[in-house]
Design a protein around this ligand. Structure first.
Ligand code: ASP
Length: 445
């Protein structure tokens, strides 16, 4: 079962997508009142519900997993120095890989120019934006309002907010929000460091207990993974059934630009970093992370994927708990290569469509904003759109709200892809840091 897990998930994914296309074409020929049509809608609804339960169970173990793995991992680090070194290396790698991702996005969006048509702002896309906004603006009004509120913030506000999240006034409250894991991570790190300072007997006792608890939580992950093919099937079915339509076609060039940039980062840049910085064969690494990648793709949430990322990096890649328990939860929260790349492409695309010429300085501002906001974006579906609205508004690019509605309407497939890139980036960081700490990887593969 263990070896075949990724095949089962992949098969579920493909079968589900094919079935959704068939159901869509069948339902297109049926009258909405007919029993056949109602049956299909009912079936899709059940799938949506089953998918929801699958994601909820993955999310259920995030908080216990973060607390137990961070405490168990770091309390073995022997003191603050080891931890500070690990922290500096991890954050250094995150900054490097995210910056490279943004540059890849910048390069492709400028060369392909998906928002232009024969060198001019695309009228077709402008019209698509405004018709989508008038048709669906109402539906997304609460999301627009929320994104608009956030967009009032400056870069400095963002950094202040990040620090606020790092030091929550109430750790239980922070733990109750899966989008704000940063506070929980800080608390767990402090607890772990305190445990290393306790008298030996007490410290060992606590550390062992957290390790045992961590093993138990990992066991729950394994149980949930047994039903992953069903979960993935149920998640993909409604997504494919509901996608499609004209807007997708009109934004086709934009889609291709985002996908090409994500692919370049996933298949060239990150493997190169892995190879040159950790001497790791990228194919081995892809193999180690395949279940996590498929789950990230199906759920579009790096937070929900966290248990699988952790499992892949520890069990398959052989990264120690000491390194992975810190790099992986932190990465799922702050390191988002795919998201940063996407933000940059989306903002420049909208600027092209709206006919705004961006100076080099303005583009640099967008790069910095994408880097900062990707840190603050939560690991949940469509989270980056809020950041996109913020950058559009702070760069004075007109049409931010209409673009927001249109991008939200077609977001899911791109979200699935960028989430997989986000998760892969975290796993590369763990391997590179582990190697630099003298660990031997891939002993079991
Ligand atoms: N869905 C992404 C993630 O969970 C975040 C985003 O880009 O919207 O990593």
């Amino acid at each position: 079962m263990k070896k075949a897990a990724h095949w089962m998930i992949l098969i579920a994914l493909v079968v589900s997508a094919v079935l959704a296309v068939i159901l869509k074409s069948v339902s297109g020929k049926l009258e909405p009142e007919s029993s056949g049509f109602q049956f299909i809608i009912g079936f899709i609804d059940i799938a949506r519900f089953v998918g929801e339960i699958f994601i909820r169970s993955l999310k259920m173990i995030i908080v216990p997993l973060i607390i137990t793995s961070v405490v168990a991992g770091i309390s073995t680090l022997r003191g603050v120095e080891g931890f500070a070194r690990l922290g500096a290396k991890t954050v250094g790698f995150y900054t490097l890989s995210t910056t490279l991702a943004i540059l890849v996005g910048l390069l492709l969006v400028n060369t392909i120019a998906p928002g232009l048509e024969n060198g001019q702002p695309s009228v077709v896309i402008q019209e698509a934006f405004s018709s989508e906004a008038s048709a669906n603006g109402e539906k997304f009004s609460s999301k627009i309002a929320m994104a608009s509120d956030n967009s009032e913030r400056s870069g400095f506000d963002l950094i202040k907010n990040l620090f606020r999240q790092m030091f929550p006034p109430n750790v239980i409250e922070a733990a109750s929000n899966n989008g704000q894991m940063l506070g929980l991570i800080t608390f767990s790190i402090l607890l772990a460091l305190a445990i290393t300072k306790l008298p030996e007997k007490q410290g060992d006792h606590l550390s062992l207990s957290f390790t045992a608890l961590n093993e138990a939580v990992i066991m729950i992950t394994q149980w949930i993974m047994k039903v992953a093919p069903i979960g993935v099937f149920a998640l993909i079915l409604p997504v494919v059934y509901e996608s499609g339509g004209e807007l997708f076609l009109k934004l086709g060039k934009y889609f291709l630009t985002v996908l090409a940039a994500l692919a370049l980062h996933l298949f060239v840049v990150l493997p190169a970093l892995l190879f040159f910085m950790a001497r790791v064969n990228p194919l081995d690494h892809f193999r180690a992370m395949r279940v996590a990648l498929l789950t990230a793709f199906s759920t579009a949430s790096s937070s929900a994927t966290l248990p699988l990322t952790m499992r892949g990096i520890q069990e398959n890649a052989g990264v120690s708990k000491r390194v992975s328990s810190f790099t992986i939860p932190l990465g799922a929260t702050v390191n988002m290569d795919g998201t940063a790349l996407y933000e940059c492409v989306a903002v420049i695309f909208v600027a092209q469509v709206m006919g705004v010429e961006l100076s080099l300085a303005a583009q640099f501002g967008i790069v910095v904003a994408a880097l900062l906001t990707s840190v603050g974006v939560a690991g949940i579906p469509s989270a980056s759109l809020v950041a996109i609205m913020l950058i559009l508004k702070s760069s004075n690019i007109p049409g931010a709200e209409a673009a927001f509605v249109a991008l939200l309407a077609v977001d899911r497939p791109l979200d699935m892809c960028r989430t997989a890139v986000n998760v892969f980036g975290d796993s590369c960081a763990a391997s590179v840091v582990a190697k630099s700490e003298g660990e031997k990887l891939y002993q079991n593969t």
